[in-house]
Design a protein around this ligand. Structure first.
Ligand SMILES: [Zn+2]
Length: 144
């Protein structure tokens, strides 16, 4: 069953710090509140986080998410695959930001068949000549 991570985040946004306190790390929430970093972060780019007002914060705690989510969790993997399989949703989400999705389609190196850009995962076999010698799709999120 696919997990709608974006939907869960949106639905529980107001409970973010209460849930973090209850299930993860109460002390972390105290620290964030003390230093004024208990914001509604909307996105991240490189080492920076951005809140709902577009204010930029240097994220010195990168990597803490892995302690909460674990490594290679099957539900997280499925959610990420869902994002990669739904290019339309990703494009729509990015339209509301300062970024756009740029996709170079996968291509068969043997016969030149060009795959759809609607799926971002690497195809396994060319539907035209059955070759597995394929150029992978290139996906970039570009700041506009
Ligand atoms: Zn081919």
């Amino acid at each position: 069953m696919a997990v709608d991570v974006a939907g869960l985040f949106a639905e529980r946004e107001g409970d973010r710090y209460a849930l973090h306190t209850r299930y993860l790390n109460e002390q972390m929430v105290r620290v964030l509140r003390t230093v004024g970093f208990d914001r509604q972060y909307q996105r991240g780019s490189g080492q920076y986080l951005y809140d709902a007002e577009g204010e930029q914060y240097l994220d010195l705690l990168s990597g803490w998410g892995v302690f909460a989510l674990g490594r290679n969790h099957p539900a997280i993997r499925e959610a990420l695959k869902g994002v990669l399989d739904d290019v339309g949703h990703l494009r729509k989400t990015l339209k509301q930001s300062a970024y756009r999705l740029d996709v170079t389609a996968a291509e068969c190196r043997k016969c030149g068949f060009v795959f759809s850009t609607e799926k971002l995962s690497k195809p396994s076999k060319c539907p035209q000549c059955r070759s597995t010698w394929l150029e992978e799709p290139v996906v970039q999120i570009i700041e506009t």
